[in-house]
Ligand binder design. Structure first.
Ligand SMILES: [Fe+2]
Length: 204
C-alpha cells in the first residue's frame, strides 16, 4: 500500500508562463516529483522487508533514502501550491507581520532568501520555515532535499534551485528563475501553511 501520493496541480501546465514554461512544469511534476513519491514508498517497503528478514546491512543507505525522498516529496508539494497564475506582489496577512518582526522588514528577508537560493552549491532549495520552538520564521538553505534543515521546522515558502527546476528555460541563469518565482508567488498559500503549521498540521 502506498503511503505517499502525488498531489495534482491546481493549475494547468501552461498557466505559469512566461515565468515558468509548461514543459518544465510538466516534467518537474509528472516525472521528478513522482520519482520522489515512489522512492519514499519503495524505501518504506525495503525497510519493512529488512525488519522481516532481520538484515540491516543496507540501513545507512535506506535511512538516507528515506530522508531524501520524503523531504523531496514534501518540498515539491509546497512548491506547487506556493505558485499561482494570479500570484506575485508583496507579503500579506500574518506572514507580512512576521517577516517584519523576524527579518526587520521585507527587504532584508528578500535579500537573505535570494542569497540563500543563489548560493546553494549544487542541488537544493531556499526555504522560509516556521520554527515552532522560538515561534518565528527562519530562512534555510537546504541541500538536496534534507540537509542543513533545522529539525521540527515547517516549510512554508520554498524555491527549488535544482537544475531540473529551471535549466530548460533559464539555462545557467539561476537568479533569473528566482526572480520569475517571485512573479508567481502565492502569499495566500503561505499564510494558509503558516496557520496550519501553528496547529501542527502540514498539507501536501
Ligand atoms: Fe524539483
Amino acid at each position: 500500500m502506498s503511503v505517499y501520493t502525488l498531489p495534482d496541480l491546481k493549475y494547468d501546465y501552461g498557466e505559469l508562463e512566461p515565468h515558468l514554461s509548461a514543459k518544465i512544469l510538466q516534467l518537474h511534476h509528472d516525472k521528478h516529483h513522482l520519482a520522489y513519491v515512489n522512492g519514499a514508498n519503495d524505501t518504506l517497503e525495503k525497510l519493512a522487508e529488512a525488519r522481516k528478514t532481520g538484515s540491516f546491512a543496507a540501513i545507512n543507505a535506506l535511512e538516507k533514502s528515506l530522508a531524501f525522498h520524503i523531504s523531496g516529496h514534501k518540498l515539491h508539494s509546497v512548491l506547487w501550491t506556493n505558485m499561482s497564475p494570479k500570484g506575485g506582489g508583496l507579503p500579506t496577512g500574518d506572514v507580512k507581520g512576521l517577516i517584519e518582526n523576524d527579518f526587520g522588514g521585507y527587504e532584508g528577508f528578500l535579500k537573505q532568501f535570494n542569497a540563500a537560493c543563489v548560493g546553494v552549491q549544487g542541488s537544493g532549495w531556499g526555504v522560509l520555515s516556521w520554527e515552532p520552538l522560538a515561534g518565528r520564521l527562519i530562512v534555510q538553505q537546504v541541500y538536496d532535499h534534507q540537509s542543513e534543515h533545522a529539525q521540527g521546522s515547517v516549510p512554508l515558502l520554498v524555491c527549488d534551485v535544482w537544475e531540473h527546476a529551471y535549466y530548460l528555460q533559464y539555462e545557467n541563469r539561476r537568479a533569473e528563475w528566482i526572480n520569475a518565482f517571485w512573479a508567481v508567488v502565492n502569499w495566500d498559500d503561505v499564510n494558509h501553511r503558516l496557520a496550519e503549521a501553528k496547529l501542527g498540521k502540514f498539507s501536501a
